[in-house]
Design a binder for this molecule. Structure first.
Ligand code: NAG
Ligand code: NAG
Ligand code: NAG
Ligand code: NAG
Ligand code: NAG
Length: 668
């Protein structure tokens, strides 16, 4: 898609203003009749609500129709889930809801602010924009006024710059949501990356033996340290992150647990210290990978200094507990302020994150060679060869994150790092090195820009004999993803380390890999958790960390890409293996286990394992077809629920896209 010339927020307004919702232009031809209809309903409801709301903004009078829509909408969504669940994981009804909201807000913003008499051209633009978005926020009970105002204040300068500098087209931010019915027909964005050499012609199946000489490497990720965490505080608050404020007088919920909390809360310092003590006493480690996200999820109230202080404090804790052990970090989306937003040197200095790059370099340089300074300070990425034949490549994966506004400003900014990645791997191949890649966001994540993933995956496939491991975080799930070539060969595996934070409804975990001493291939991994229910029953005692499982023992000793692909087939044929995998994926957290994983959840779980580009689902579909046969045999009477009933329940209501816009500002 031509993001470069796309004015996301204004685009869809002109598209829908045509009033021809049932002949919505740009609906992909691959849509089924039902999808077309849903897309059309969503568009026309969005149109209706935005017209009514603009009238309301101008006159202060609520029409009966707006009152009706408002009443439906206020109760039809949960303030919390829309913020805390990934869009990709929402139900069909909720996705419809989010898409409609997004389009309606785009309309409201477009009609209020642009055009000859638009307030955006006047001297009070900032104040007007804020009042409008806060009034939408309030009218539809999107979130608390503090959260909406905070997100606005932090992000408006960047959005304002982008709106002002970019020329609108009839495409939109809503079309970029990972929601099918919201998507428009768009040309592929040409990133024009030239890849040197031949693509592989067979799957990657080589696997050396385990031995006593294997390396042991700790994977820490998503610590999400909350310096303001208060045991006993309000864990059930309406904001996207809790466990900080006093319990309200009439609180019926129990307060925040001592060792952290299953609800939407991050990590108290004493849990981090306890984890580091436990790890340093119980494991002999060769080095550590730390794949990002140190600050907590209060994205509406972060500060630059606060984020730097947290990075410094966690760095100091790591060096104290692991004094002799090298640590190789990469950046997460929560490191900058405002969260998620990384630009390059084409944007005004006041909006750049050079301060962050400088700060992390001051912390990271003790483990890295001087040559790494230039790329860390330029874009937060680096390469380092700790030993002859071994190389680490740490990427700044915010080049793929759809919540990074600068991608919409100029998508080509991602080329520089991709080209560097390619060139670094080419040099490593010539030098006969084995490479590990660290990158916070898995490339198959629904929130990762698929044009970037496509190019990234082509590079991974091309150099799949050189890359012997990829390490991610971000999703807070203990999972992995197989990378396939365009011809369907399994060539690489991304391993996700889960999270130290319990956000949300997870047990804190860490992971230790066994690596072959020469090739650095992952031969086995061990995941450790604590049972948070149990830990919080005994706040005065140290929590009990235990080994949850060994991957090879529970699933397969063949951890090569081909071996993991075979495992996925086995999971499709034997759903009990998939069910077991899902329990570990959720770190056996009591609330997750209580909710369980039905057939549709198994279906999604399997698909994610085979996805390294959200748009490329070939292997996923093949595996799902096998799973469907198996589940049909297991449970022949089960009625098929295709979600139509749920959709009908929502299709009369509409909603506003501020949710989406705010979600963009807010996301995980
Ligand atoms: C918007 O763009 C115009 C033309 O490039 C420029 O003169 C103006 O200062 C910009 N305004 C803001 C708020 O960036
Ligand atoms: C990619 O190359 C084509 C042909 O050379 C050109 O038309 C297009 O604008 C380029 N795209 C980008 C994003 O640079
Ligand atoms: C977009 O970014 C690319 C790469 O940094 C640059 O060459 C190009 O000039 C930029 N385009 C615009 C319109 O700023
Ligand atoms: C966690 O601990 C609680 C309390 O002891 C227990 O009821 C629960 O079964 C444990 N969960 C798991 C998955 O073992
Ligand atoms: C899994 O999902 C696919 C695509 O969404 C669907 O076609 C298939 O019927 C689902 N299978 C099961 C068992 O739910």
């Amino acid at each position: 898609m031509y993001i470069q010339r796309t004015l996301l927020l204004l685009g869809v307004a002109s598209l829908l203003a045509s009033g021809q919702a049932h002949r919505l232009p740009g609906v992909p031809s691959s849509f089924t009749t039902e999808e077309r209809l849903t897309a059309a309903i969503s568009a026309s409801v969005a149109e209706e609500i935005s017209q009514e709301f603009v009238k309301y903004l101008k006159t202060g009078l609520e029409s009966p129709r707006l009152q009706q829509l408002g009443a439906e909408l206020r109760t039809a969504h949960s303030q919390k889930d829309i913020f805390t669940e990934s869009l990709v994981d929402l139900s069909a009804a909720d996705q419809y809801f989010a898409c409609t909201l997004c389009r309606a807000t785009v309309n409201v913003i477009g009609r209020t602010f642009t055009g000859p008499n638009g307030e955006l051209t006047g001297p009070d633009r900032d104040e007007n924009a804020k009042q409008t978005l806060l009034s939408i926020c309030d009218y539809f009970s999107i979130q608390t006024p503090e959260v909406c105002a905070g997100l606005f204040d932090l992000n408006w300068p960047i959005l304002d710059y982008i709106f002002n500098e970019t020329v609108a087209e009839a495409q939109s931010i809503c079309g970029m949501l990972p929601i099918k019915i919201c998507q428009l027909q768009q040309p592929e964005y040409s990133l024009n990356l030239t890849i040197v050499g031949e693509m592989p012609t067979e799957s990657n199946s080589a696997l050396p033996e385990r031995s006593d000489n294997d390396y042991h490497v700790l994977h820490l990720t998503d610590i999400h340290y909350d310096p303001e965490y208060k045991s006993g505080s309000w864990a059930d608050c309406p904001e996207p992150m809790c466990c900080r404020d006093p319990l309200p007088a009439d609180a019926s919920s129990t307060g925040a647990g001592y060792w952290s909390d299953y609800r939407n809360c991050d990590t108290p310092r004493h849990l981090i210290v306890n984890a580091f003590e436990h790890i340093s006493e119980n494991h002999k480690l060769d080095w550590i990978y730390h794949t990002g996200d140190v600050p907590p999820h209060n994205v509406w109230s972060t500060t630059r200094q606060g984020n730097m202080d947290m990075l410094t404090e966690i760095d100091a804790l790591i060096t104290t507990h692991f004094p002799e052990i090298p640590v190789y970090p990469c950046l997460g989306n929560h490191e900058p302020h405002p969260a998620n937003v990384f630009g390059n040197d084409e944007i005004p200095e006041s909006l750049r994150v050079d301060w962050l790059y400088e700060h992390v370099w001051s912390l990271w340089k003790k483990w890295l060679p001087n040559e790494a300074e230039a790329t860390v300070r330029r874009g937060g990425y680096y390469t380092h060869s700790p030993k002859a034949g071994h190389r680490i490549v740490a990427l700044n994966s915010m080049d793929c994150y759809l919540y990074n506004w600068w991608l919409f400003y100029n998508g080509s900014i991602v080329l520089e790092q991709l080209q560097w990645f390619h060139d670094t791997l080419l040099a490593a191949e010539k030098a006969g090195e084995h490479v590990h890649v660290l990158t916070h966001i898995p490339s198959g994540d629904g929130d990762c820009w698929t044009d970037w993933s496509r190019e990234y995956n082509r590079i991974v496939a091309r150099f799949s004999k050189v890359i012997t491991g990829i390490f991610n975080g971000h999703t807070h799930k203990d999972e992995m993803n197989v990378h396939y070539t365009e011809t369907g060969l399994a060539v690489a595996v991304s391993w996700n380390g889960g999270s130290l934070t319990s956000y949300s409804y997870m047990n804190p975990n860490y992971r230790v890999y066994e690596l072959h001493p020469e090739t650095l291939q992952v031969l086995e991994h061990h995941t450790y958790i604590l049972n948070l229910t149990e830990a919080n029953l005994k706040p005065d005692e140290p929590p009990v960390w235990h080994k949850e499982y060994e991957f090879g023992q529970q699933f397969t000793a063949n951890t090569s890409p081909a071996g993991i692909d075979e495992l996925l087939v086995k999971m499709a044929n034997q759903p009990d293996i998939l069910r077991k995998f899902w329990r570990y994926k959720m770190t056996e957290a009591d609330p997750k286990l209580a909710a369980g994983c039905d057939d549709s959840c198994l279906n999604t779980t399997l698909c994610r394992l085979a996805t390294s580009n959200y748009k490329e689902r070939q292997r996923c579909r093949e595996l799902q077809a096998i799973l469907k046969d198996t589940l049909d045999k297991e449970n022949p009477e089960q009625p098929q629920d295709n979600g139509v009933a749920a959709l009908a329940a929502y299709s009369f209501s509409s909603l506003l896209g501020l949710v989406c816009v705010l979600r963009y500002l807010n996301h995980l």
